[in-house]
Design a protein around this ligand. Structure first.
Ligand code: SF4
Ligand code: SF4
Length: 340
C-alpha cells in the first residue's frame, strides 16, 4: 500500500512538473497559513503568535478553491503550527479533491501514531519537519532528542514522503548537529535538506571552520541521493550572491492568515492583494517584476520554483521589495522559520 501510494505520488509529481514547464501563467507552489498560533516559541521566530484562532475551515476551503481556479500545482500548509488546526485533515482532503498536491510544514511536536494515520487518510503527499539541534536549548526546542520517537513512528506508518530539514550558518550554536540530524534522517529512510542562513549582522558570509566541514559531509550524503543541495545553496555556503529571477507573486504565492497574497513571508505587503481577488493579470505582472532582494535571498523553495523559468522571459518591470541589509535580515528570519 505504502509503495503503491508513493508510486502514484511520483507520477503526480511528474505531471505537475510537466505542467509547470509547459505554461508560465499559473502558480506552481502556494504556501498558505491555516493557523498563526504555535505551540512553541523559538527565540528567532517572527512567524507565530500564542493567541490567534484557526482560520475558519469554510474560509480555508474558499482559498483552496481559488488556488485551484488559478491553476496552482502544489499547496503547502504552514504556520504557526498547522497541526493545531482542528480541521487540518479536511483542508488537506480539499486540496487533493481539487487535484493539487498537498504538502505540510510542521514542528512535529503534535505528531502521534493516530495523527499519522489520519494524515495518510487525508491524502497528504509530503511532510517537512525541521530540526534545529540535537538537544533543546533556550533558543530552540526543535530537537532530535525530543522528536526522535515521532520520526520512528513516521518511518513505520507514513504513506507520504517525509523530509527532515536542518540549518547551518548564522552563528548556529553546534554546527555538527546538522550532520547528526541528516544521518538519522537517512537512516530512517527520509530525505534531508539543509538551509544556509546569513550571519546576524545581515552580511552574506561564506561558511567557515566546522560549519564548512559539516556542509561538505552533508553534501556527500546528498551525492548518495538523499540530501537536496543545489547550486543555489552552494553559492550561499560560498558567500556568493545568486543570479536568478524570483517569480514570487506569480509562480510562488504566500497566503497569510488574512487571505492576502504576498511575495513570501519576509516580503509581506507586496502585492498585498486578497487572494479571492487575485487574477491572471496579477500573476503576469509579478512574473515580469524584478525583485531587489533576489541576489541575497536564501528562500530555497522560491528559488526552486523559479528555476522552471530562469531560462525564459527576462523581468522587465520595476524593482520591488526590501533591499540591502534590511532584506537580508528579514530573509534570514524567514529561512530559520521555514526550517520549522
Ligand atoms: S519557528 Fe516554527 S516552531 Fe518555532 S515558534 Fe516559529 S512557527 Fe513555531
Ligand atoms: S525574499 Fe526571496 S523569495 Fe522573497 S521576494 Fe525576495 S527574492 Fe523573492
Amino acid at each position: 500500500m505504502k509503495i503503491k501510494k508513493r508510486l502514484t505520488s511520483f507520477y503526480r509529481e511528474f505531471k505537475f512538473l510537466a505542467k509547470g514547464l509547459l505554461s508560465t501563467r499559473h502558480p506552481v507552489l502556494a504556501q498558505i497559513i491555516p493557523m498563526r498560533r504555535c505551540n512553541l516559541a523559538c527565540g528567532y521566530c517572527n512567524e507565530y503568535d500564542d493567541v490567534s484562532s484557526p482560520v475558519p475551515t469554510e474560509e480555508m476551503f474558499k482559498r483552496i478553491d481559488k488556488l485551484a481556479a488559478l491553476g496552482t500545482s502544489v499547496v503547502t500548509l504552514s504556520g504557526g503550527e498547522p497541526l493545531l488546526h482542528p480541521d487540518l485533515e479536511k483542508i488537506i482532503a480539499r486540496i487533493r479533491q481539487r487535484r493539487m498536491m498537498a504538502t505540510l510544514i510542521s514542528n512535529g511536536y503534535l505528531m502521534t501514531r493516530e495523527r499519522i494515520l489520519k494524515l495518510n487518510e487525508s491524502g497528504l503527499d509530503h511532510l517537512q519537519i525541521s530540526i534545529d539541534n540535537v538537544a533543546p536549548d533556550e533558543i530552540s526546542k526543535k530537537s532530535l532528542k525530543v522528536l526522535d520517537k515521532k520520526l520512528e513512528w513516521l518511518a513505520e506508518l507514513a504513506e507520504f514522503k517525509v523530509n527532515i530539514n536542518t540549518v547551518l550558518g548564522g552563528g548556529t550554536a553546534n554546527p555538527e548537529d546538522a550532520l547528526v540530524i541528516a544521518r538519522r534522517a537517512v537512516e530512517l529512510g527520509f530525505t534531508t535538506s539543509v538551509g544556509i542562513i546569513h550571519e546576524g549582522t545581515g552580511t552574506l558570509k561564506p561558511l567557515a571552520g566546522i560549519a564548512r566541514a559539516v556542509y561538505s559531509k552533508v553534501r556527500r550524503l546528498g551525492k548518495r541521493g538523499y540530501t537536496k543541495i543545489n547550486g543555489f545553496q552552494k553559492n550561499l555556503a560560498d558567500g556568493t550572491p545568486n543570479k536568478w529571477r524570483c517569480r514570487a507573486g506569480a509562480r510562488y504565492l504566500y497566503i497569510c492568515e488574512d487571505g492576502l497574497v504576498h511575495y513570501c513571508s519576509q516580503q509581506r505587503g507586496y502585492p498585498g492583494t486578497p487572494l479571492l481577488e487575485y487574477t491572471s493579470e496579477d500573476i503576469r505582472r509579478e512574473y515580469l517584476t524584478k525583485k531587489a532582494c533576489a541576489p541575497y535571498c536564501t528562500v530555497a523553495c522560491v528559488h526552486q520554483v523559479s528555476a522552471f523559468d530562469n531560462w525564459r522571459d527576462p523581468q522587465t518591470l520595476g524593482v520591488k521589495g526590501l533591499v540591502g541589509k534590511e532584506a537580508i535580515k528579514a530573509i534570514r528570519v524567514y529561512q530559520i522559520e521555514s526550517a520549522k
